[in-house]
Design a protein around this ligand. Structure first.
Ligand SMILES: *Cc1c(COP(=O)(O)O)cnc(C)c1O
Length: 458
């Protein structure tokens, strides 16, 4: 093809299927960028036809439209799915978000006095009460929490941070403890071995340059066999004997004993960490806590005040939308502390939903799907997991719809589900496609059933 025959942007835009709901200038801009690429290929001698160009651009445009951030039905059985946005919010939090988002607020305004006020003051006090901590504060995520803790506590000559070799973890998305330390200007002092670290290993590593001892929860992996590490209480006694602060990154931040809600491993709580003598604890707001993406720091009041005074704190502070959602999430915990099963936190509700409920819902969905010709669907027992780098060995009994396509390929079916409205993401286990009910909300059942019927009836 010659450059002259290259279809015009307007012509292509008009000929493409306009089920794609994008602003017209974006469609035009997208096509223009693609045409430019084809122009270069043609100049380099490519013999592509006008029709091939049209098909290619149409496909890419649809894929591009699907990349826009949108709601997804999570049928993977992974509760805290980092790729699917981790924790969904409860209705109270979402309502509060809309109220704050669409108007002005007292973000930094003291209403009784009519003067400038403290940002996040309410939230910090609520967090301190919930966690039984002297003080607490919040930044954008747990990675940022750790960086600012290290920046504040390791300075100049006194910058050595002691970490067990069994805790030099990488937690998805490039979060590696040694690199976080380096970024923060701290010097890593490794002690012990991968499987065993003794109290004496820590003691021997302490020097005048020790800034702190850091413990990191092995949230996304598990070591078994011959393992050993000191109790937190022993380690804190050692740290305090030398007047060195002990910091723990506990990662997922389960606020209640989540193992009381489902048959899963015990996940450490920040309350226990502080009770056992940790000076500062940090954890994510959007894992087992079930709130927005954020990093919570709690513990020693003087250390927290120092952290908040760091110039870098300004770079990692949360915006009003996050603060609103987290404030509601923490209030929800304070309200339902004595009755965890009454919680409005969706992650915890999903975790605690009895298998019988899931089965009843699945049966109802089968009825709603009705007669289909391109697959058989059965109800099957399945295993859900917490995900999000938490409790790698926990298996939560669950129920799934098992879809065996006959008149359509498995790839085509799962792709159609993913790109439909609503987008539905399932998983394939040993060649069988499944939609796990534990991560699908009951209010989504009907839409999922109707989509399956739509795709699988002739
Ligand atoms: C998940 C996790 C992090 C990272 O948390 P983000 O909030 O995603 O930054 C850090 N440390 C541990 C132990 C974790 O499990």
């Amino acid at each position: 093809m010659s450059l002259r025959e290259l279809p015009s942007v307007e012509k292509l835009a008009n000929s493409l299927n306009h089920s794609v709901q994008l602003p017209k200038p974006l469609i035009i801009g997208f096509i223009r960028r693609e045409i430019d690429l084809f122009r270069q290929q043609i100049l380099a001698g490519s013999t592509i036809t006008a029709e091939e160009i049209q098909v290619s651009i149409s496909t890419k445009l649809n894929d591009f439209a699907a990349s826009k951030l949108q709601p997804v039905v999570n049928g993977t059985g992974v509760l805290i799915h980092t790729n699917l946005g981790r924790s969904p919010l409860g209705t109270t939090a979402a309502d509060a978000l809309r109220d704050i988002a669409t108007g002005y607020s007292n973000l930094e305004f003291n209403l009784p006095e009519g003067v400038r006020g403290k940002r996040a003051g309410y939230l910090e006090t609520a967090l301190a009460c919930l966690l039984n901590a002297e003080a607490a504060t919040v930044v954008n995520n747990c990675a940022a929490a750790l960086v600012i803790i290290l920046k504040h506590m390791s300075n100049g000559e006194k910058n050595e941070v002691i970490v067990s070799r069994g805790e030099l973890v990488e937690i998805g998305g490039g979060f590696r403890i040694p690199e976080i330390l380096e970024t923060s200007g701290a010097k890593l002092v490794e002690v012990g071995a991968t499987n065993k670290t003794h109290l004496e290993d820590y003691r021997k590593a302490i020097t005048d340059k020790t800034a702190l001892i850091l413990k990191v929860h092995r949230s996304n992996f598990y070591i078994g066999g011959f393992t050993d590490e000191p109790e937190v209480t022993e380690l804190s006694a050692l740290a305090h004997e030398y007047h060195i602060p002990l910091v723990e990154d506990i990662g997922s931040g389960a606020i209640m004993n989540t193992d009381e809600l489902a048959p899963i491993n015990h996940e450490p709580t920040p309350q226990d960490a502080l009770k056992n003598g940790i000076d500062l604890v940090c954890f994510s707001g959007d894992k087992l806590l079930g709130g927005p993406q954020s990093g919570i720091i709690a513990g020693n009041a003087e250390l927290i005040a120092g952290i908040k005074n760091e110039p870098f704190f300004r770079a990692v502070r949360c915006d009003k939308l996050i603060l609103t959602v987290l404030q509601e999430s923490i209030d929800e915990y304070l309200r339902t502390q004595s009755e965890p099963r009454q919680t409005d936190v969706p992650t915890l509700r999903s975790l605690a939903e009895p298998v019988e409920n899931l089965r009843t819902r699945a049966e109802k969905m089968l009825e709603q799907i009705g007669s289909i010709s391109k697959a058989t669907i059965t109800i099957t027992e399945s295993i859900a997991t917490t995900g999000g780098g938490t409790m790698p060995t926990s298996q939560i009994p669950s129920i799934a719809l098992e879809v065996n396509p006959t008149g359509i390929s498995l790839n085509k079916l799962s792709r159609s589900l993913r790109t439909g409205a609503p987008a539905i993401v399932g998983y394939t286990d040993k060649g069988i496609f499944k939609l796990d009910l534990r991560t699908i909300f009951s209010w989504q059942d009907e839409a999922v059933a109707s989509q399956l019927n739509h795709l699988l009836s002739s």
